[in-house]
Design a protein around this ligand. Structure first.
Ligand SMILES: Cc1cc2nc3c(=O)[nH]c(=O)nc-3n(C[C@H](O)[C@H](O)[C@H](O)COP(=O)(O)O)c2cc1C
Length: 168
């Protein structure tokens, strides 16, 4: 048993939250973990927004297609990437996963909500006064879980191969 792999395997996307707030020290630690993610040529081409105000959460939720539950989360993180950076998407996705796993390690559940490729990226950026050089990559709604749905994962043998791929 390893504490990190146990945290990784215990994570599930949560979309229903209790009203309890998330401790500021946990939020800061999750942001610290996000900024420690690997990045191409160490450019760290990101900006992390932390949204707790109900009115702003409701506005963000209203823009999304499949993120209406953001309106009722305790805190929503918005990860923005510098558009001019070739690997901003990979870098910001690595940061998003670090953020989610750090929250999980502190007992805070969350759900990644798509930002990149979504038409609501621009309205969210403008709402949060983020400069035009950035684009929304992901939103992460977080809080204490009211419900934890467990989804089926593919078996390892279906998705991994060693040395050379052979069709079963
Ligand atoms: C890039 C990305 C975008 C996602 N966007 C949404 C979303 O818009 N709304 C949502 O409810 N879940 C979203 N999810 C969460 C997935 O639905 C979820 O990870 C998947 O169903 C597997 O469940 P699990 O996270 O519990 O393992 C997204 C996840 C990823 C990685």
């Amino acid at each position: 048993m390893n504490v990190v792999t146990t945290v990784i395997k215990s994570r599930h996307s949560v979309r229903k939250f209790k009203t309890d707030p998330v401790n500021d020290a946990i939020i800061t630690d999750a942001l610290e973990c996000a900024r420690h993610a690997p990045t191409a040529i160490n450019h760290q081409p990101w900006l992390f927004g932390v949204i707790k105000e109900k009115k702003i959460l409701q506005e963000i939720a209203g823009f999304t297609e499949h993120g209406k539950f953001i309106a009722d989360c305790a805190v929503c993180f918005a990860v923005f990437g510098e558009k001019a950076e070739t690997y901003y998407l990979e870098d910001c996705c690595a940061a998003t996963e670090n953020l989610i796993l750090a929250l999980q390690a502190h007992g805070v559940c969350s759900c990644w909500v798509a930002g990149d490729k979504k038409p609501y990226g621009e309205p969210v950026r403008k709402l949060l006064n983020v400069p035009d050089a950035y684009t929304l990559v992901s939103l992460v709604a977080a809080g204490s879980p009211a419900e934890i749905p467990i989804v089926q994962k593919k078996e390892l043998k279906q998705v991994a191969f060693y040395n050379s791929y052979k069709k079963e």
